[in-house]
Write a protein that binds this ligand. Structure first.
Ligand code: HEM
Length: 412
């Protein structure tokens, strides 16, 4: 009897393992996963791109890593373009998962993690509001310049300049640009302590997050299920506190509230979700890029001197640079590209979801890290060398390299 039960159990286990590998076979080839846990144990969660790179070395173009959920990595720029541009409509989804919902205020809310009609509606409304506030036009440039003036004054006022930690000043400057658009106010450097309350959890450094993606009920456990968005809630409430929808809106939150009257796709949970999306996506990325720029320029003094010389000769020292100066500042432009390539701050795309050729619901990653760090067109990719982007005339930017510099990913 005991033997029969044991044999039955082995039989069941064998069957389950066989089913598992049949399931694995539906995906593009990648490093062999262990039954059920996939490649989870082999990943480096503090440096995901390094782990993915090591695991997928032998697989050109596309490969699947099981975390334990399957994630298809597209690593070749031509294949990324084919998927996200030529077949872009097949890749507009985002994984719908309880873990991602922890960062939203409602199911399928906001812009970043939403899908389908709600994604289209929220994105259309958000872009239209941003356009009304002068996104990409002079208004926003003035806003950035004025936040820069505050930053420069703050640095000037510092008594001891022998050792200056730029982390906090840069964070305040970036938050001020985004805050002013989203919530209509900015911090002074003296009252910015309030920002300390704002907690950005470095989500993907937490191993449990990937387990939570595969085993959703884990997201309800207190050690993984947290709420990080109180700062955004406080700011939206502050912006709407005395606002009446008859008044001209002065910030994103007020404009959204006003449009809720005529557009029924817009509601309070989505207002909070969009505000959180723009705030989190805008602050952390921009701040990290600027901090990298500071580190890199401190290390590469000759490049820093050349950059300063170009800016001084074109812009002078009596005004701030503006977008109109761009064409006269080729070296400055290539420095920005090289900083973004070298710093490579979002090594993974925000995961997309597809129903095309690979099974529906699969997470798909444009491997930004692989393209910017390992594409053979970037000679000596580990070196910081802005000149690589300049053509022989010393002015024109090399299109083939710009096309492979994809810090914002590509497609929809
Ligand atoms: C250097 C700075 C930034 C980097 C490197 C960056 C990178 C990215 C990447 C890789 C994506 C995913 C794109 C995709 O799925 O194809 C994304 C999406 C997004 N980013 Fe940024 N971003 C930056 C700054 C900002 C700023 C300043 C804002 C807003 C204030 C912002 C708001 C968003 C939003 C709303 C999305 C989702 C778009 C959608 O799904 O429709 N980002 N960003």
């Amino acid at each position: 009897m005991f033997l029969a039960v044991l044999l039955a159990l082995f039989g069941l286990l064998g069957y389950a393992v066989m089913r598992y590998y049949r399931y694995v076979a539906r995906y593009p080839k990648g490093p062999t996963p262990l039954p059920f846990i996939g490649n989870h144990g082999e990943l480096d969660f503090m440096q995901q791109h390094v782990g993915f790179e090591r695991l997928s070395k032998e697989f050109d173009g596309v490969c699947t890593v099981f975390t334990p959920s399957p994630i298809v990595h597209i690593r070749d720029i031509e294949l990324i373009k084919e998927a996200f541009i030529q077949n872009g409509d097949d890749y507009v989804g985002r994984p719908q998962n309880k873990v991602f919902e922890l960062f939203a205020f409602t199911h399928n809310g906001g812009v970043i993690n939403s899908i389908g009609d709600n994604w289209r509606e929220q994105r259309r409304a958000a872009l239209s509001i941003m356009r009304d506030f002068g996104m990409g036009k002079n208004v926003q440039e003035t806003l950035v310049q004025s936040a820069m003036i505050d930053l420069l004054e703050h640095l000037d006022e510092m008594k001891d300049k022998t050792s200056v930690d730029l982390h906090w000043p840069i964070q305040v400057m970036v938050v001020n640009v985004i805050n002013e658009i989203m919530f209509g106010y900015r911090h002074t450097y003296k009252d910015s302590g309030e920002l300390l309350k704002f907690l950005f959890v470095r989500i993907f450094e937490n191993k449990l997050i990937f387990l939570g993606i595969s085993v959703p009920f884990l997201a309800d456990l207190p050690f993984i299920g947290w709420r990080v968005l109180q700062f955004v809630v406080d700011n939206v409430e502050r912006a709407l506190d005395t606002y009446s929808t008859n008044d001209e809106p002065t910030c994103f939150a007020q404009a959204y509230k006003q449009r809720m009257i005529t557009n029924h796709a817009l509601d309070e949970p989505n207002l909070y979700a969009c505000s959180a999306d723009f705030f989190l996506a805008g602050v952390e990325t921009t701040m990290t890029s600027l901090r990298w720029a500071m580190f890199i320029m401190a290390k590469h003094q000759t490049t820093q001197d050349r950059l300063r010389r170009e800016i001084h000769s074109v812009v002078g020292t009596n005004r701030l640079p503006s977008l109109n100066d761009q064409t006269s500042l080729p070296f400055t432009r290539v420095c920005v590209h090289e900083v973004q390539r070298f710093a490579n701050i979002l090594s993974n795309n925000v995961f997309k979801e597809t129903g095309h050729k690979i099974p529906s619901g699969t997470m798909v990653n444009a491997d930004i890290h692989h393209v910017m760090a390992l594409d053979p067109l970037f000679v000596d990719p580990k070196e910081f060398r802005p000149e690589r982007y300049l053509s022989e005339d010393g002015k024109t930017l090399r299109k083939d390299l710009i096309e492979r510099t994809i810090p914002f990913s590509i497609g929809n």
